[in-house]
Design a protein around this ligand. Structure first.
Ligand SMILES: O=P(O)(O)OC[C@H]1O[C@H](O)[C@H](O)[C@@H](O)[C@@H]1O
Length: 432
């Protein structure tokens, strides 16, 4: 995995960073790295995430999930950081697995009802994931899934394990029913937990190679050092920060692979919840190549100069030949493959942005496999932690999200929350 930052330099783009400013930025990276390394060594809250390649116990994950070897469908009941890391991995590698993995990370009743009526619950494994064990959406979905199993004569206690902390309602419920429990990593916020029990349990149920995922992350861990020039993660985080400072307040994450579409969702949570505070932060946007060339690219190339476009692709993938056609106008497609076309689209988009003086960063994986995914996830987490240091924000908290959670709890009558009063106090100006 590597990044190419040339098209984010002021030589090409505006906003862009000059070579002199890049040298000054590298001094800031060195100082930030000292802080990060201390945090990792001391397993401080949040920084502990970057120690996961060393700390995660893949044998314990394999041991717990071995009891569910007959799984045909996995229902991962969790939201935010308790869904997106696992979903990134299993969606990216879905073609390699015989297990269909679904992420119940929303409480849309029509969607849940339809899903539960489609899957064979007798061969379904349920992983209920919640760091706090209190998230209303997760607990509600779990109760619904459990009820669906009971109504179809499936013993839900045989088919369920939980991934949660030492305390909380979910843990108590799991203990009461003797459900296997995978512990949450200490000091690792949900959005940084892809490379822990939280992200890897689903990967294990789907039969993916946990050792390779961790090995890819370890490679990137070893690259953490005092310069952005020897570390793709730091390079990405430093450039994204520097461009935001120069006006690129939006970061459009655009993978050129269907298998990486969920990665852009995971990145959006990582970037938004970690950096969006104190009036600072860069807004993550989600796009998919080549599809969104035909929808969003117009804005990225010719709209306000407030965007950094991050183009992600595997350099190697199984191609599919484009068959001969009987139309002369289509002759140019003959002898090529869909993958070749995808690559041409990627190169064309990158060049078209550069020709318009718009900044982009290229992120390339050797291929979409466990090792490269582990590397990508770790590098982006390191990028985010570094960016947090450069902004000077508290990367590992999300008080603004907690506000909404409290308001919803208050509305549902779980207790007295001031936040719920604000909902009732809303003004109305209705137009019909
Ligand atoms: O894992 P849980 O405690 O259920 O939390 C799930 C999610 O809840 C909140 O929305 C937080 O802002 C997220 O960071 C977290 O990932």
């Amino acid at each position: 995995m590597h990044v190419d930052i040339a098209n984010a330099l002021a030589d090409t783009a505006s906003p862009g960073i000059s070579r002199d400013a890049l040298a000054r930025l590298d001094d800031q990276v060195a100082a930030a790295h000292d802080r990060i390394e201390r945090g990792i060594e001391g397993r401080e809250h949040g920084y502990a995430a970057l120690a996961l390649p060393e700390d995660v116990d893949v044998d314990a994950i394999r041991e717990t999930t071995a009891a569910f070897a007959d799984t045909e469908t996995l229902l991962n009941v969790g939201i935010g950081g308790s869904a997106l890391g696992a979903a990134t991995i299993t969606d990216a590698l879905a073609n390699e697995s015989s297990v269909d993995a679904y992420y119940l990370d929303n409480v849309d009743p029509e969607w849940i009802t339809a899903l539960l009526s489609e899957v064979d619950l007798a061969s379904t494994t349920v992983n209920v994931v919640s760091r706090s064990g209190t998230t209303a959406e997760t607990l509600a979905n779990f109760l619904v899934v459990r009820d669906a199993m009971t109504s179809t004569g499936v013993d839900w206690t045989d088919r369920t394990f939980v991934t949660t902390g030492e305390e909380g309602p979910l843990r108590r419920l799991a203990d009461r029913h003797g459900l296997p429990n995978l512990p949450q990593p200490e000091g690792v916020p949900g959005r940084f937990s892809a490379l822990s029990t939280v992200g890897l349990a689903a990967a294990s149920v789907c039969g993916h190679d946990l050792d390779a995922l961790v090995a890819g992350a370890s490679e990137q861990r070893e690259k953490l050092g005092p310069s952005l020039h020897s570390n793709p993660g730091y390079a990405y985080g430093a450039i994204a920060y520097a461009l935001d400072q120069r006006g690129a307040s939006v970061n459009a994450m655009m993978p050129y692979a269907e298998s990486l579409e969920t990665f852009a969702e995971w990145f959006a949570q990582l970037w938004a919840e970690s950096l969006g505070k104190d009036g600072l932060g860069q807004t993550p946007a989600r796009a998919l190549g080549a599809t969104d060339q035909h929808s969003q690219l117009q804005l990225y190339r010719a709209g306000p100069r407030d965007k950094l476009v991050t183009l992600v692709r595997p350099t190697e993938r199984d191609d599919h030949d484009i068959p001969e056609s009987d139309a002369e106008e289509l002759a140019y497609l003959e002898g090529t493959g869909l993958g070749e076309l995808m690559d041409a689209e990627f190169d064309a988009t990158e060049a078209s942005l550069a020709a318009a003086g718009r900044p982009s960063v290229r992120v390339e994986l050797d291929r979409v496999d466990e090792r490269e995914l582990g590397a990508l996830l770790y590098a982006m987490e390191a990028a985010c932690v570094l960016a947090g240091e450069l902004y000077g924000v508290d990367t590992f908290v999300q008080p603004a999200v907690e506000w909404g959670k409290n308001a919803a709890r208050g509305l549902l009558g779980e207790g007295d929350y001031d936040e719920a009063d604000a909902v009732a106090a809303k003004d109305e100006l209705i137009i019909e």
